[in-house]
Write a protein that binds this ligand. Structure first.
Ligand code: UGA
Length: 445
């Protein structure tokens, strides 16, 4: 049997931890290095610093093959070095590669052959620049491979273990062989490419997914204007084998640590190269506007929002994660506060208290909706499936639900006495909002 090469991972963030834990699960000896001592302490104590289903179990199960360190020396002797550091946007929208360059610049004068494997999402052309920098430092024997990640938060462990494909972009055939070989136990399809193309595959895949979402969101908006139902439309469209059913869920738009950043980074990359990527610009703009449509839906039923109590249900950018980066909830909360509304918020795991001033955070859905003029489903957490209940209706001042993720069955919600507004679905008529004793008439004539 082939001996498994030892792996080093730069970055104990979300990608680095999932990558490290999954390779350990596949039997590799892994050390994960991060520059934040508290994070490494936490990991050594067996505490997982982020919410990702299955990750805690994997870290626990593979303790004997997984080490965590802040020390460079403990990682650089390994023949495979994954780079999983953050590449956040700069003010210009370009990816900030400073953490990537720190890794490259800090590599000592390695004697042994090693391969630097880039998992961080980087602009096309980065591999070429890193290659030149390594060569200039006398590290021509250190290989470079682009091996982008396609992990979605909330299902990252499953995505790693069951990949649709593994992309390996290399300058040298031998390096490509070695990195593809690491994934052999997964029996995945491997796409071999040149480095620039591998970098582009990652950006293009994310851009395509964003395009599908903005497309279905615009179809939803046209459905609302014309009386069609986007859920039925998406089903009928998605059954075409050339189109497929995925990423056709209409809603209040995407957020997260990837799409917003990678969309702008690709748009910027194109424009830096002299090309105006019009479609992508529109895709991004549609998403920005989509988040705000909720305000219009609330105003339609409640009139001016000043003084109205609005419950935001779900704050994370998607379920099964505590990630709040670029979450639509943040935009919504800020818009509502700017309109003078009182915002009560609930999420089962995400803590937005440091990001949102002036919002009341509640420990339960019932607490969040009590006395509320409207409940907005922002994230489709399972806990919200039963929202259209008698208890919730009784607790609210106005039984209005704006379902930003089309989580509920509109007929059921209406039968339960709620006024229901989804995305791209037939809306309740205005006069349907039941009068309650406490409610003053709020609809403008
Ligand atoms: C995304 C990609 O799906 C991964 O393949 C990629 O590796 C990752 O970015 C990355 O670049 O690291 P992620 O952002 O974690 O993963 O989550 P998604 O499931 O893609 O959801 C992104 C956003 O799109 C969420 O806000 C979600 O609510 C929204 N979405 C998704 C929709 O509004 N409609 C859909 O049909 C699907």
């Amino acid at each position: 049997m082939k001996e498994k090469p030892a792996i080093g991972v730069f970055g104990a963030g979300w990608v680095g931890l999932v990558t490290g834990a999954c390779f350990a699960e596949l039997g590799y000896d892994v050390v994960v290095r991060d520059v934040i001592p508290e994070r490494i302490e936490q990991l050594r104590d067996g505490r997982v610093p982020l919410h990702e289903p299955g990750l805690g179990e994997l870290l626990e199960q593979n303790r004997e093959r997984l080490a965590f360190t802040t020390e460079l020396d403990e990682i650089v002797s390994r023949p495979i070095l994954f780079v999983c550091v953050g590449t956040p946007p700069t003010y210009s929208g370009d990816a900030d590669l400073s953490a990537v360059w720190t890794v490259v610049d800090q590599l000592p004068a390695l004697q042994e052959r090693a391969i630097l494997v880039m998992k961080s999402t980087v602009p096309v052309g980065t591999g070429e620049k890193v290659r030149a920098a390594l060569d200039a430092r006398g590290l021509a024997h250190v290989g470079y491979v682009s091996n982008p990640e396609f992990l979605a938060e909330g299902s990252a462990v499953r995505d790693f273990m069951n990949p649709d494909r593994v992309v390996v972009g290399a300058f040298a055939e031998a390096d490509s062989e070695v990195v593809a070989g690491l994934y052999e136990p997964l029996e995945a399809s491997v796409v071999r490419a040149d480095v620039a193309s591998a970098e582009m595959i990652k950006l293009a895949a994310n851009a395509f997914l964003m395009t599908r979402i903005s497309f279905i969101n615009e179809i939803a908006n046209v459905c609302e204007a014309t009386g069609a139902d986007v859920e039925q439309v998406a089903k009928g469209v998605g059954l075409d084998h050339r189109l497929g059913p995925h990423f056709l869920r209409a809603g209040i738009g995407w957020g997260g640590s990837c799409f917003p950043k990678d969309g702008v980074a690709l748009k910027q990359l194109a424009s830096n190269s002299g090309y105006h990527f019009q479609l992508l610009s529109a895709v991004i703009e549609v998403n920005d506007l989509q988040k705000r449509r909720v305000i219009g839906k609330l105003e339609k039923h409640l009139g001016k929002l000043r003084g109205k109590k609005v419950a935001l249900l779900g704050l994370a950018f998607k379920p099964n994660t505590d990630d709040l980066r670029e979450a639509p909830s943040l935009v919504l909360a800020s818009r509502l506060l700017a309109e003078g509304a009182e915002v009560r918020a609930w999420d089962p795991v995400a803590d937005a208290s440091r990001l949102l001033q002036g919002v009341t955070f509640c420990g339960s859905v019932l607490d969040a909706v009590s006395g509320a003029d409207a409940a907005v489903i922002v994230t489709e957490w399972d806990e919200l499936q039963g929202l259209a209940s008698e208890e919730v209706r009784g607790a609210m001042r106005n039984a209005l639900i704006v379902d930003g993720r089309n989580l509920l069955d509109p007929e059921h919600a209406r039968a339960a006495g709620f006024v229901y507004e989804g995305i791209g679905r037939a809306a309740s008529p205005l006069e349907a909002l039941p009068e309650t004793e406490e409610r003053e008439p709020q609809l403008e004539a």
